[in-house]
Design a protein around this ligand. Structure first.
Ligand SMILES: Cc1cc2nc3c(=O)[nH]c(=O)nc-3n(C[C@H](O)[C@H](O)[C@H](O)COP(=O)(O)O)c2cc1C
Length: 381
């Protein structure tokens, strides 16, 4: 029995180790036809310090690495030139699950170490932690042979800078966000990446999708209201497809607003017309006057104690700006909802959605929930 338990424990430990061991990533062939023109990419290049946390697609990751420092000729030379063609720059891709080395010849990512090493690249710059990918340019001084130290330092900096600019131009031309940085915890990073004494981290680029663009892209993929999945106020999944066949009023709520009293009319409206043919969905948001500062638990307690709310309440989200939730990107942008630009102007703006999930209208924050424009729409007048 003891032996069996020991064997089981060893097996569990082994499978845990295996589970932790990241696998190599075979990259897609680079799509050399994509992207804006070189002049447009140059015109749009800029550093970004706000990123969506959405992971890069495999194609974007593959194309980015190839653009940065891939092999572009049969003789093995690269997209980035290097002093005396010493090819001293190794590109490390730090993803949330592990650190990888870019193998340009195989166009693949080889795992180096499991774990999230982005904090070592971020250093004191917390914004960097949002980005799903950190690329670290490491120069291997041993490849410069007998050159003097001063020359090695100069060459490595120049070579890394060129790779960094390849990254920047790819990102600009293909709708990604990036920033070059010398900030990083070099010593800890050297340890984490298992570098030799000759290998020096020179520069990094953190890369991701721009925040708002990510929400709009997700919204475009969704198509209509019923395609979104959100989280309710308890943190559980809430599939908006469950509201198919009902008219829906979507409202961004706040607990400390002059309009907070609208909860009373919203609840009355829901009692009168819901829940079979009509629903209200409330999204707490702290975007206006910081009037929804509490946690989901506090908000839930507030609206049930003070207003006996029974209509579905969702988790707190952002309804505007760079961190806008994809549903609100859809609700507020004509380019995605196909109907109208309707930015949220304050707490308690109401959006009307028809039975088929189409955008049907917007009602300003100050217009009461029981006004004719809303009741008439619900009753089909
Ligand atoms: C070599 C180099 C190192 C940089 N290091 C950092 C850094 O550690 N942190 C940071 O926030 N920005 C860093 N930057 C970004 C610059 O601040 C940025 O490029 C500059 O403000 C110009 O803005 P632009 O890139 O939008 O033209 C670095 C840029 C370069 C070229």
């Amino acid at each position: 029995m003891k032996n069996l338990l020991a064997a089981l424990a060893a097996l569990a430990a082994a499978s845990l180790l295996n589970a932790r061991q990241p696998a190599a990533i075979k990259l897609n062939s680079p799509d050399k036809t994509r992207g804006a023109s070189v002049m447009q990419a140059l015109a749009g290049r800029h550093s970004t310090r706000e990123f969506s946390e959405r992971a890069l697609s495999l194609q974007d990751l593959s194309d980015l690495l190839w653009a940065a420092n891939g092999v572009n000729r049969p003789d093995g030379r690269r997209t980035a030139p290097t002093a005396a063609n010493k090819q001293d720059i190794d590109l490390y891709a730090i993803l949330p699950d592990a650190a990888y080395l870019y193998d340009a010849k195989e166009h693949a990512l080889t795992p180096v170490a499991a774990g999230d090493f982005r904090p070592l690249v971020a250093g004191a710059q917390k914004f960097a932690l949002q980005a799903p990918l950190h690329l670290v340019m490491v120069s291997d001084f041993s490849r410069f042979g007998a050159a003097g130290d001063q020359l090695k330092r100069l060459w490595s900096a120049l070579d890394a800078g060129i790779v960094s600019q390849n990254i920047a131009l790819f990102c600009s031309g293909c709708g990604l966000a990036t920033i070059p940085r010398t900030t990083m915890q070099s010593d800890k990073l050297k340890e984490a990446l298992k570098l030799t004494g000759d290998q020096v981290p020179i520069l990094n680029n953190i890369v991701g999708y721009p925040r708002q663009a990510a929400a709009a892209a997700a919204a475009r993929q969704a198509g209509n209201f019923h395609d979104f999945k959100v989280r309710d106020i308890n943190g559980d999944d809430f599939d908006l497809a469950a509201l198919k066949g009902k008219k829906v009023l979507v409202v961004n709520v706040a607990s400390k607003c002059g309009l907070t009293r609208q909860y009373t009319q919203l609840q009355e409206l829901y009692k009168k017309y819901g829940p079979d043919k009509f629903a209200i969905v409330g999204f707490p948001a702290n975007n206006f006057g910081r009037q929804e500062p509490g946690t989901n638990a506090e908000i839930k307690e507030f609206c049930s104690t003070h207003y006996s709310v029974t209509f579905p309440m969702m988790s707190k989200i952002s309804v505007k700006g760079d961190d806008i939730h994809p549903l609100y990107a859809w609700l507020t942008q004509a380019a995605v909802n196909g109907k109208q630009d309707a930015p949220v102007t304050w707490n308690f703006q109401k959006f009307l959605i028809d039975e088929n999930g189409n955008w049907a209208g917007v009602v300003p924050p100050k217009t009461p929930p029981d006004s004719e424009i809303i009741t008439g729409w619900i009753e089909g007048r």
